[in-house]
Design a binder for this molecule. Structure first.
Ligand SMILES: Cc1cc2nc3c(=O)[nH]c(=O)nc-3n(C[C@H](O)[C@H](O)[C@H](O)COP(=O)(O)O)c2cc1C
Length: 179
């Protein structure tokens, strides 16, 4: 199986989660992990059976150019101690999905979001899955959120949870392929 794990990340947390998910998925196929701003993401997705796509939750959903600009401003605030990823602000999951044209037959979505009630935080993953479904892709597993602290740092234990979720995605993918 050919699996693409594609992510957007402003401050690094979603990248760390994506890499952990890819580790969990490794026994299930050839996994390519790439940022939405990396041309390899586009290449990988065109030959993939499964796309696992994730990004940070901005204003209750997928980022927009304006929210990515806001994140850039956060990174310039010395009180926040947030370093911007090299690829940012760049493009986001929302725009990338429109650009790729073809979405693999199978998909799964994840996000990072604040550690608070989901009703208050919102979650990008629901929107991401919805956008992939609109392009004809089938979800193999429910969208999942991984939590960051108030300071936008990855919460404790989330990488391990992401690895396990990656394994669950792999198992779910096999169910779809064998049945
Ligand atoms: C402009 C902006 C808006 C945000 N809005 C939300 C939000 O509505 N809900 C939430 O849970 N987190 C929100 N956050 C926090 C992000 O989810 C958090 O920064 C992100 O998960 C960190 O991932 P990254 O390090 O990969 O960028 C927001 C962050 C920014 C910069």
């Amino acid at each position: 199986m050919s699996i693409a794990v594609v992510f957007e990340s402003m401050f690094g947390s979603t990248r760390e989660i994506a890499l952990a998910i890819a580790e969990g998925l490794a026994p299930y196929g050839v996994v390519v992990t790439a940022n939405v701003n990396d041309p390899r993401a586009m290449e990988a997705v065109h030959s993939a059976n499964l796309l696992v796509l994730g990004g940070p939750t901005h204003v209750h959903g997928m980022s927009r150019p304006s929210s990515r600009e806001e994140a850039l401003a956060w990174s310039q605030d010395p009180k926040k101690d947030l370093a911007l990823e090299l690829s940012t602000p760049g493009t986001g999951v929302r725009e990338w999905l429109k650009d790729i044209g073809h979405v693999p037959h199978l998909s799964a979505a994840f996000d990072t979001r604040a550690d608070m009630a989901r009703l208050l935080s919102g979650a990008a993953s629901g929107q991401i899955q919805h956008a992939m479904a609109n392009q004809g892709s089938r979800q193999v597993i429910s969208p999942e959120s991984f939590l960051v602290t108030k300071e936008s740092k990855l919460a404790e234990g989330e990488q391990a949870r992401a690895r396990n979720w990656g394994t669950s995605v792999g198992r779910a993918m096999e169910q779809f392929i064998h049945h």
